[in-house]
Design a protein around this ligand. Structure first.
Ligand code: HEC
Ligand code: HEC
Length: 157
């Protein structure tokens, strides 16, 4: 029995993704935290202002990017939601629908006419941003406690 569990835990450790660690759900509600630094990945740095960093010269240029969470007050690098869709409507009525990567983040290269409106949809229920915005770097406002009037993290309904 003891030998069996030693073998089992060896495999769990061996298969673990080195860019993430498991944490208590009081630390990150999802139980997962990014520890990969600036390792090239769509799951990188959830919760941080993606475009602010990418526009400093490294990483692809996005017109929109951010992270959706299930709970408020989630620290940077906490993984977020699964299974939600972000829907953006630009000033000309162009609609862009974005799925979430494993870390709960989304991003787009689509050209948009500012300002845009945004909503997050899951299981047919939607949560809408009432004020149109002109900055596609969602996490710049949707920080842990929110800046520029944002209520904190972008939440999935
Ligand atoms: C502190 C800086 C920084 C932040 C914040 C950041 N990135 Fe990056 N990102 C980079 C760098 C640097 C690269 C290029 C890495 C490389 O080429 O090795 C990159 C690359 C990427 C790539 C390309 C990966 C690939 O496989 O080609 C994606 C997608 C990406 N980032 C998404 C995001 C998203 C989404 C966010 C926000 C939730 C984000 N990044 C936040 C620095 C950052
Ligand atoms: C310049 C700051 C700013 C930016 C950038 C921003 N937001 Fe918001 N967001 C707000 C404010 C302020 C509110 C609360 C008032 C309202 O609903 O308009 C809000 C509320 C929301 C809500 C409804 C409340 C919630 O969290 O469920 C959603 C959804 C949302 N934003 C999504 C987004 C998405 C997606 C992006 C990026 C494409 C984004 N926001 C970019 C400021 C911002």
């Amino acid at each position: 029995m003891r030998r069996f569990s030693a073998v089992a835990s060896f495999f769990i450790i061996a298969c673990q993704d080195p860019t993430t660690e498991s944490v208590d759900t009081t630390v990150c509600a999802s139980g997962t935290r990014w520890v990969g630094g600036d390792e090239e990945s769509a799951n990188m740095n959830p919760g941080e202002a993606c475009i602010a960093c990418h526009s400093r010269g490294e990483g692809p240029s996005f017109t929109l990017a951010g992270t959706v969470y299930d709970e408020s007050r989630q620290a940077d690098d906490c993984y977020g939601s699964v299974g939600a869709t972000v829907e953006i409507t630009d000033a000309k009525g162009k609609v862009v629908k974005l799925g979430l990567v494993d870390s709960g983040s989304f991003y787009s290269h689509e050209s948009l006419t500012m300002p845009y409106t945004a909503k997050v949809i899951r299981d047919g229920v939607e949560s809408k941003m009432l004020t149109p915005q002109s900055n596609g770097d969602c996490n710049a406002c949707h920080t842990v406690s929110g800046v520029s009037g944002a209520p904190g993290r972008i939440l999935a309904p």
